[in-house]
Ligand binder design. Structure first.
Ligand code: C2E
Ligand code: CA
Ligand code: CA
Length: 424
């Protein structure tokens, strides 16, 4: 019995079909595009709703996609969770984006099956005939590459770009190398001072991870944290961060007992059942106090599963850790939730600080965030302060703390300690 659902023969048939479409388009001087759609959640859903309900969902999606396309043959179901839509005539990239957005909207619109309401988030990769070398297989691969690129960078409806291949090679290399990097001590924490504005003195620092990669050199976190978050390797990285942070804290707090170190957590860190134990074990091994450690979570992360986030943060607070809401102002959190979040600190996103001096509306937003924070007894940190003018403006608005290149860039431990000596 052969139960292989996607066979090589079927895939060849698909490439052949795309080849014919490409040839026809070339003869008629048209550009065509393919929109590759994968709904990864459908796989998990089989466990919850069963296969027959899953098939119904899949059929419902197919008919919605068909309703958006002029010809029946333009929608191909490639798997229970996958579709390919051919756009038979493409005017330009703008046109393509509009079509892809429409298809995406159709899938995102809630589906009701039996008593369940199902909301799905598709991954979409788009390839255009003018980027393919006229091979059906390459055409498909380009769409797949665009989709993978979007998944890594948390973007949807990504159109293939010729630079993706090199970029994705780097992504795959990094993913492959993360485990070894932890083992070989290639990660390093950099420290950026946090300044208490009333005293104009160092209050603590934020620990920011760097990767000294043997081939690619120094890599910033934005290039590997999202990859690690997706692959699950983030837990090993965060464990390393927590342990290193506690180790460094144990040295620094001997001289500066009130020094506070902030560390960053992702959404999956926050939802991990092991997080509390890991934090408690680490502070106890390194003999540091929970009140010297601040856990930073972005506003967007919190809003993902707000009730679970509130529970987790409440437990962190009970143990004595500080809790900071990072990138505040970018996540559209509603005020009704805001008042329930057990935070100690709020970090105003850098984008507001950048335009503090030029945009009077942003100054109002910053002023409002500071006012709001004070109402809820939260400390306010401005991040990304790059100039004396911005700093003066923040002091005038009675902001509590600031971080930014104006004071210091994130520094390796030795340099940071020297910086502290000169600036205390
Ligand atoms: P973030 O938590 O918002 O950190 C602030 C980022 O802004 C840092 O970038 C910092 O170097 C940069 N920055 C600080 N002051 C200035 C300034 O005045 N001007 C400009 N242009 N930039 C400034 P970095 O170190 O590249 O980190 C980027 C992001 O990566 C962080 O954003 C954080 O979300 C994440 N990250 C960093 N370290 C870790 C970590 O250990 N774990 C996790 N999960 N995420 C981390
Ligand atoms: Ca942060
Ligand atoms: Ca931030």
């Amino acid at each position: 019995m052969n139960l292989l659902i996607e066979t090589n023969a079927l895939r060849s048939q698909l490439y052949g079909y795309l080849q014919t479409r490409l040839d026809d388009a070339a003869t008629e001087n048209r550009n065509i595009a393919i929109v590759l759609i994968k709904i990864f959640e459908l796989n998990h859903m089989e466990i919850n709703i069963g296969f027959s309900a899953l098939e119904l969902v899949s059929k419902r999606i197919q008919s919605r996609l068909l309703a958006c396309t002029p010809h029946h043959e333009d929608v191909i179901q490639t798997a229970i969770d996958g579709f390919l839509v051919v756009i038979p005539s493409v005017l330009n990239q703008g046109h393509l984006k509009i079509v892809a957005e429409r298809l995406s909207r159709e899938i995102r619109t809630a589906i009701r099956i039996e008593q369940e309401t199902i909301e799905l988030e598709p991954s979409i990769g788009i390839a255009c005939s003018f980027d393919s070398d006229n091979s059906g297989q390459q055409f498909y691969k380009n769409a797949l590459l665009a989709m993978e690129n979007g998944r890594i960078s948390n973007r949807n409806n990504v159109i293939y770009d010729s630079q993706f291949k090199a970029h994705m090679k780097k992504v795959w290399d990094l993913k492959k190398d993360i485990d070894l990097a932890i083992h070989d001590n290639q990660f390093e924490l950099y420290f950026q001072p946090k300044i208490a504005l009333r005293q104009m003195a160092v209050d603590g620092a934020e620990a920011l991870i760097r990767w000294n990669h043997p081939e690619y050199g120094l890599i910033r976190p934005d290039d590997f944290i999202p990859i690690a978050e997706q692959s699950g390797q983030i837990h090993a990285i965060t464990e390393w961060v927590i342990k290193s942070a506690c180790q460094h804290l144990s040295v620094i707090t001997k001289k500066c007992p009130d020094f506070k170190l902030s560390i960053n957590m992702t959404a999956s860190n926050l939802s991990s059942p092991d997080l509390m134990l890991l934090l408690e074990d680490s502070i106890s091994i390194w003999n540091v106090s929970a009140r010297n450690l601040i856990i930073e979570v972005t506003e967007t992360t919190l809003m993902g599963d707000i009730d679970a986030s509130i529970n987790k943060l409440t437990r962190l607070r009970e143990v004595g850790f500080g809790v900071s809401i990072d990138d505040f102002g970018t996540g559209y959190s509603s005020l009704s939730y805001f008042k329930q979040i057990p935070a100690t600190e709020l970090k105003i996103d850098k984008s507001f600080i950048d335009s503090l001096l030029v945009e009077s509306n942003d100054k109002k937003v910053v002023s409002l965030i500071i006012f709001l924070a004070k109402q809820f007894d939260l400390q306010v940190v401005a991040e990304g302060v790059e100039s004396k003018l911005a700093l003066d403006s923040l002091v005038q608005l009675r902001c509590d703390f600031a971080q930014g290149y104006y004071f210091a860039k994130p520094l390796p431990l030795e340099e940071f300690l020297k910086w502290m000596l000169h600036n205390q």
